[in-house]
Structure formats: C-alpha cells, structure tokens
Design a protein around this ligand. Structure first.
Ligand SMILES: Cc1cc2nc3c(=O)[nH]c(=O)nc-3n(C[C@@H](O)[C@@H](O)[C@H](O)COP(=O)(O)OP(=O)(O)OC[C@H]3O[C@@H](n4cnc5c(N)ncnc54)[C@H](O)[C@@H]3O)c2cc1C
Length: 279
C-alpha cells in the first residue's frame, strides 16, 4: 500500500520552486513511474509536488544553438517529436523502446535522469550528445554536464530543493547515430545492455566517434579511450577488433568481474563490432 501524502499542483515553475523551498518533507513527482514503486516499498514523503502539468517544462526547441528538452517531456512525446527524431535520432529511438505504451505516456526524461538507474535508456544517447542538465531552485539556476551530474548508481548531484528543468544537448551535424538495446523481451523489460553511438567519417576514416554504454557499469559511461583510439583510423577489421577489445577492458576496469559478464561481454563485443563496422 502507498503511504499517505498530500499532492500539491503548482500552476507555474516559479510556484513549484517556491513551494519546494518553503515546504519541509516535500518531494517532486513527474510521471511517478519510479517514485510510486519506491513509495510502495516504504519510501515516504509528506507532500508530493506534481510538476507533470507544467507547460514551461514540456517539449523540445532550439535554444542558443543547443537542443533544449523540457524535463517533464514524456517518452511518448519525445519519440514522436520531429525535432528530436531529426537532430537526435539516438535519443528518439531510446525513448520509443522504453517500457510499454502506458509507461511511455507517463514517464518523463527528467525522472529517468534524476532516478539515475545504471540501465536508464535515455542516458547513453544524452552522453553522446554531451548533455547539460539545467537545475533550478528558488534562489538560483545552474547547469552541469550530465557526466558529472550522475555520481553513482541511483545517485546524482541534485539537492532536495532543486528541480531539473531542462536538458540542453549538442547538435551533431554530419554524424550517423543510433541506439541499440538488448533486453529479455521487447517490452516491459529493463535493458541488459544499451549502446549509443555517433560517428562522423570521411574517406572511410573515423573523424569523430562518440560511444556511450549503459547497463554494464555503475553509471552509463562514455568510452573515451575507444573514441580517442579510433579518431583518424581507417574503418578496417583489425582497427575495430582493437577498439572492441579496448572497450571490454574499460568495462572490466570500471566494474571488476561480474557474473553477468559471461553473457554481457560477448554481446558488447559482437554489437560494437557490427556498429563500428558500419553494419
Ligand atoms: C514497468 C516499467 C518499465 C520500465 N521500463 C523502462 C525501460 O525500459 N527503460 C528505462 O530507462 N526506464 C524504464 N522504466 C523506468 C522509467 O519509467 C523511469 O525511470 C522514468 O523515466 C522516471 O520518470 P518519471 O517521470 O516517472 O519519474 P518519477 O517517478 O516521477 O520520479 C523519479 C525520481 O526523480 C525525481 N524527479 C522526477 N522528475 C524530476 C525533476 N524534473 N526534477 C527533480 N526531480 C525529479 C522524483 O522526485 C523521484 O525521486 C520502467 C518503469 C516501469 C515501472
């Protein structure tokens, strides 16, 4: 059973920020798809400030040359947004595969990030796009790199008086990009592995590579050693084999040996081989 709580429905972002600052025992709720599960297991809050209806925090546009995505944009809206599917197809693909139609209608991108699951599907594509999170409290606005914001499994640098209001992601002109995930089933299943990539090349040579991997390490990560190794190299089988081997070593370095690696690492190896080989 859910513990008792009072629901607060602010009419604006400013009202939400002031209420959060002034109310002890209040937490923010958006879609509730993580929070309600936690509250059923015993987490309790006296007040829930429901920000899901705030239009100021909804939708995608271009702001100062970056793609600006409101934090309460649902996965359904994100996967159907023409701006996102054109300029950040990896993110659009990730959003379209999350959970089930019901979950995609409720769950938000901001909640996915603040929850910071190692298996969160939006995080690898956002890392590839060098995402910044915008955090607002009553008294200040600050921006932080997503890579620094997530500090561990289910841990972020958000304070209890802040709202994640938006994500600002880099536009990647001239890249091919995508997201693939492996899960036990196509729907209602948490990713066992998620890989986002963006590659630019010229004359069969990698000019830039961005690679982010989820569900293998305490937090999704950018495989920067692999990226650096590949830049300036030909897209050839021995180069790709070496890059894949570097990636597997990096996963082991971050996570140590895990029982699941008997299954996961061969999947990472084969998937990366295909992606980097351009198939
Ligand atoms: C059946 C099921 C299947 C799922 N499948 C997947 C899947 O395939 N892939 C995947 O990645 N995830 C999956 N999820 C989890 C996914 O639904 C959530 O991570 C979701 O994105 C969280 O968003 P929300 O709006 O529901 O967050 P909520 O549950 O409302 O909030 C989650 C946490 O974030 C905080 N919060 C939320 N929004 C903000 C904000 N803007 N500012 C500050 N704090 C905030 C809340 O206080 C809370 O601590 C699944 C969940 C379920 C129940």
């Amino acid at each position: 059973m859910l513990p008792r709580f009072l629901s607060i429905l602010p009419k604006s972002k400013q009202e939400a920020l002031v209420t959060l600052a002034d109310t002890d025992g209040a937490a923010v709720v958006a879609g509730g798809t993580d929070l309600m599960v936690r509250m059923k297991k015993g987490e309790s809050h006296k007040y829930l400030i429901d920000i899901s209806g705030l239009k100021e925090l909804w939708g995608a546009n271009i702001l100062d040359g970056r793609i600006n995505i409101g934090s309460v944009t649902s996965f359904r809206a994100l996967s159907m947004d023409p701006l996102v599917s054109t300029l950040a197809p990896a993110l659009s693909q990730a959003a379209s595969w999350i959970g089930s139609p019901q979950i995609r209608s409720m769950a938000t991108i901001g909640g996915n990030i603040v929850n910071a699951s190692p298996a969160a599907d939006t995080i690898p594509p956002l890392l590839v796009h060098d995402a910044r999170v915008v955090l607002e409290s009553r008294d200040q606005v600050r921006a932080e790199r997503l890579e620094d914001f997530i500090t561990g499994p289910y841990k972020t640098a958000i304070s209890s008086k802040e709202i994640l209001s938006a994500l600002r992601i880099e536009q990647l002109d001239g890249y091919t990009e995508g997201y693939r995930r492996i899960a036990k089933r196509a729907a209602w299943a948490i990713s066992r592995l998620g890989v986002a990539w963006a590659i630019s090349e010229s004359d069969n040579t990698f000019t830039d590579v961005r690679l982010a991997i989820g569900s293998c390490t305490p937090a999704p990560f950018r495989a920067r050693n692999v990226e650096l190794f590949l830049i300036g190299k030909k897209r050839e089988a021995p180069v790709i084999r070496e890059a894949v081997s570097l990636c597997l070593s990096e996963i082991r370095r971050i996570s140590g040996e895990r029982p699941s690696f008997a299954y996961k690492l061969p999947v990472v190896r084969d998937l990366l081989g295909l992606l980097l080989g351009g198939r």
